[in-house]
Write a protein of this length. Structure first.
Lengths: 112, 211
């Protein structure tokens, strides 16, 4: 298990992350780096809940992550775990798959 | 439209797709039969809502993907009122699908009434300068005149004049920059906070030397 502080330290070493936010399942913002507004936290919480709302209609397991692409080419990556939702605003030149690969093993270990 | 959806389905990794519009629901689909019409309608409605959120959160999301264990959902905004939903195999090659679909999505627009294409440029469009915020305007160079206008309004509507001024200034800022030359426009907005016409005239008369 790792703490949110340790998680932040790990993510600080990753390049291409403009903003990062960790939100609890009840919508509480637990951690954010970069811009201090709550927009990203609220947004990723909303899209995560929406993806979960679809489950009964789709009959699928998950969801595990979402990648939102903006007209500018910037992407927002949302990762879901049992207790938290992590939102990452990525630089245009960064592959979401690379960040996903690095963050996925970390988020399941976070203790809140 | 059905023919285009068949072409999308022919792309490796695609299981089927549907076109949802907020006005008419599902316009066409070729999803596997397990997705009943009612479920598709609900799925389309829920997914389309994510694009509606753009304005609120000041984002311009035009497509997204959701990874589930058994499938990958690709969702593309065709225009403000319609969305293309593609269900793929979980390990589908998203880049390949996106590239193929972007051409076909343009063709789909021809079949949807009142639908204009969402720009898919990768270059940032120049954004207009940020509108001034309420606080900075109330405390800025126009503060004295705004206070006088508020007092004049208070004569007509009482203690709610402060709140009414804030609302009016916010609307005013949506229409342009805060400036002395635009105070008449602000007065016209503030006037609407007063119910009766004689009081509106009194208000405008009181502030005629300010604006």
């Amino acid at each position: 298990m790792s703490t949110l502080k340790e998680f932040k330290r790990e993510t600080d070493n990753l390049t291409g992350i403009q903003k990062l936010v960790v939100v609890a399942r009840d919508g509480t913002v637990l951690l954010h780096s970069g811009d201090q507004s709550n927009h990203l936290g609220n947004y990723v919480a909303y899209v995560a809940v929406t993806a979960e709302q679809l489950k009964p209609y789709l009959g699928l397991t998950g969801p595990y992550h979402l990648i939102m692409e903006q007209t500018s080419g910037n992407r927002i990556l949302t990762l879901l775990s049992e207790k938290i939702i992590v939102g990452v605003d990525l630089d245009t030149h960064v592959s979401p798959a690379t960040i996903l690969e690095q963050l996925t093993p970390l988020i399941d270990q976070i203790a809140i | 439209m059905q023919k285009i959806l068949e072409e999308i389905k022919a792309i490796p990794g695609v299981l089927g797709s549907s076109v949802y519009t907020s006005k008419h629901g599902i316009l066409a689909d070729n999803l596997p039969e397990i997705f009943k019409a009612e479920a598709q309608q609900r799925i389309g409605n829920i997914l389309h809502r994510i694009f509606k959120l753009n304005e609120t959160v000041k984002l311009d999301v035009n497509s997204f993907e959701i990874q589930y264990e058994e499938a990958l959902l690709l969702v593309k905004r065709l225009c403000n009122t319609s969305t293309l939903i593609i269900i793929c195999e979980p390990d589908a090659k998203v880049h390949l699908i996106n590239m193929s679909v972007s051409m076909l999505a343009t063709d789909l627009l021809d079949f949807i009434d009142g639908c204009e294409q969402v720009p898919e440029t990768q270059t940032k469009t120049p954004t207009p300068s940020q509108p001034a915020d309420l606080e900075s305007v109330l405390n800025g160079p126009l503060s004295e005149k705004l206070t006088l206008m508020k007092r004049a309004l208070a004569k007509c509507i009482g203690p709610v004049a402060g709140k009414a001024l804030n609302n009016s200034v916010e609307k005013w800022l949506e229409q342009g920059e805060p400036s002395q030359t635009r105070l008449r426009d602000l007065a016209e907005i503030m006037k609407l906070e007063v119910d009766d016409q004689p009081s509106q005239m009194t208000f405008l008369n009181d502030i005629k030397d300010i604006i």
